[in-house]
Design a binder for this molecule. Structure first.
Ligand code: HEC
Ligand code: HEC
Length: 303
């Protein structure tokens, strides 16, 4: 009996020791990724602003790039994740007190939006720069002119923190990598996208509006990486006629993105940012529809 207890003790002790070591390795491994300094050379860029660029930016930032979905309608910051994996808030990006952008140089906006990297070289969490890497310099200029035109909001920005569970899931790739880790930082800024009711512009919108980020590169949908299992999966928006939108008319599609309602009358969860996409221009929605018409049918869930 004594021997048995001794061996149980040794086994348990070793297990606890191993877990402790694994915990330390995971903690420092994830900390190294979260605090890595990215040296990003950004070409000097000087903003220009007039009422047209502000209006274009407002349209883009609300309806397409959905900045307000995470940073809040007043851009004063909003909690994005408060879950067992940790706490992440999109910061205040107005000119008010508690904002993180008050010392931004114009080129810092390009670093944040195209590279997912803060001016001090820190990689940003969740901020979807892999989608925004597709924005042209004109689009960035409009977005920033609009952000700067917003009334100052005095609200502290809350720092992110991760629990051990969050770190384990991040280390094992269950939570997605950081945008700065997946972006090719050498890709040049894309040329101006010419608006039009055609699949090419629709493709540009699908990238910058994050449709690809949530519905997946093949648009067949599935659980969005990093979201808790009880959150709704992204729908299949490939041309599959059974689980996808292959039989949807243009009017059906526009109604879904404007009113959050499917052709069968069921409403869409607000994880699908239809409260933002409803602000897209008619022509933009039509371009998206035409682009999605070119997407081959795929069964649900392959992403
Ligand atoms: C999916 C949610 C999401 C969307 C959409 C989003 N952001 Fe963010 N953004 C965040 C989060 C979260 C952070 C904080 C990241 C961190 O500190 O690690 C952030 C950080 C920032 C920062 C601060 C960077 C710094 O130096 O600390 C700026 C500026 C910013 N976002 C601008 C924008 C703009 C402009 C848009 C729209 C084009 C946008 N964001 C869209 C989630 C989002
Ligand atoms: C933040 C993630 C996210 C983004 C960004 C997003 N979607 Fe969705 N979408 C979803 C989710 C989740 C659902 C399923 C909602 C539900 O089950 O109620 C959905 C549902 C849909 C549907 C309904 C399909 C059906 O059969 O029910 C359409 C259409 C759609 N999205 C198109 C788009 C388009 C086009 C874009 C880009 C402009 C886009 N989505 C961007 C998450 C997203």
């Amino acid at each position: 009996m004594k021997k048995f207890l001794k061996w149980t003790g040794i086994t348990l002790g070793s297990l606890v020791g191993l877990l402790l070591i694994a915990g330390i390795v995971i903690y420092f491994g994830t900390e190294a990724r979260l605090t890595k300094k990215y040296e990003i050379g950004v070409k000097p860029f000087t903003l220009y602003s007039d009422s047209n660029t502000v209006a274009a930016g407002r349209q883009l930032g609300n309806g397409v790039a959905v900045c307000t979905h995470c940073h809040g309608d007043d851009l004063g910051g909003k909690v994005v994740i408060d879950a067992p994996v940790g706490f992440v808030a999109a910061p205040n990006i107005t000119s008010g007190e508690g904002s993180v952008v008050r010392d931004f140089k114009d080129s810092d906006w390009v670093r944040v939006l195209h590279h997912g990297v803060a001016p001090d070289g820190r990689p940003l969490v969740i901020m979807p720069a892999e989608d925004y890497q597709n924005l042209s310099i004109e689009e960035i200029n409009s977005l920033v002119s609009w952000v700067k035109s917003m009334p100052p909001v005095n609200r502290p920005s809350q720092p992110s923190s991760f629990t051990m569970l969050g770190r384990v899931l991040f280390a094992f790739g269950v939570l997605p990598k950081l945008p700065a880790e997946v972006i090719d930082h050498n890709v040049p800024i894309p040329p101006t996208a010419v608006p039009g009711v055609n699949p090419t512009y629709g493709h540009h919108l699908a990238l910058t509006a994050g449709c690809v980020g949530c519905h997946g590169p093949t648009f067949s949908g599935g659980q969005i990486p990093g979201t808790p299992p009880d959150w709704p999966a992204a729908a299949n928006i490939s041309q599959d006629t059974k689980t996808g939108i292959g039989s949807w008319s243009e009017a059906d599609f526009i109604r879904a993105l404007r009113e959050g309602m499917r052709p069968d009358g069921r409403t869409l969860d607000t994880l699908m940012p239809w409260k933002n996409t409803r602000l897209m221009k008619d022509d933009d929605l039509r371009a998206l529809y035409l682009f999605l018409k070119t997407i081959p049918a795929k069964p649900f869930g392959g992403r």
